[in-house]
Design a protein around this ligand. Sequence first.
Ligand SMILES: CC(C)(COP(=O)(O)OP(=O)(O)OC[C@H]1O[C@@H](n2cnc3c(N)ncnc32)[C@H](O)[C@@H]1OP(=O)(O)O)[C@@H](O)C(=O)NCCC(=O)NCCS
Length: 212
Amino acid sequence: MKRVALIGYSGHAFVVADTLLSLGINLLGYFEQKKKESNPFNLPYIGQEEDEKNLEILKEKDTFFFACVGNNRIRSKIIKTMLGSGFQTLVAAHPGSFISEFSSVGEGTLAAPGCRVNALANVGRGVILNTGSIVEHECIIKDFAHIAPGAVLAGNVLIGESSFVGANAVIKEGITIGKNVTIGAGSVIIKDIPDNEMWVGNPGKKLDKNEK
Ligand SMILES: CC(C)(COP(=O)(O)OP(=O)(O)OC[C@H]1O[C@@H](n2cnc3c(N)ncnc32)[C@H](O)[C@@H]1OP(=O)(O)O)[C@@H](O)C(=O)NCCC(=O)NCCS
């Protein structure tokens, strides 16, 4: 039986815990900076993942970590460090999600309930495909991106590394979104977006707070 220790134990981690439990995976506990007061899944506190002695638990056979942090930058750092130290993570695809057998999904990625990944899509490592999001045919999602609940990527969309697509946003087919981009909730993106920009609205426009 597979065993998983969670890294991070708040909001987003609860969706991951639910997903892993519904796959019949045994949850070993959680790593956090401090023991949490709220413990809805009654998980043991392991300690900080920076402390090497706490990582012993991950050296057993069939044992994995899962980074449960919504922030793309922090999740990326955790996953890179842990993989670099030889630990393993896995794909957490809720039984209520759909992932086409003609698509690929990288390790450390969550497919939350109701999300759909259609044929020939390619989803990287450490990605969050949140509740009910739709990744249409031939989309490419680079590592550590987050597709928030209800967002729709029409066919052939490219989402760059560590970018965030807000809840219920729609990205028109064939659009390319750069790295570290933020797209606001409910936005409709009909133009390509370069790296590091924030876009909102319908039709989506660049939000430049410094110009205000
Ligand atoms: C885009 C976003 C990140 C901007 O947050 P922010 O930097 O705090 O920006 P502010 O709230 O200060 O808003 C700045 C301006 O953008 C506008 N704006 C913000 N979000 C917007 C959105 N989603 N659609 C349209 N306009 C938006 C605001 O009205 C404001 O305009 P104004 O200056 O003319 O009044 C945020 O509003 C957002 O949409 N986050 C996504 C939420 C989400 O999907 N969560 C899911 C989590 S799983």
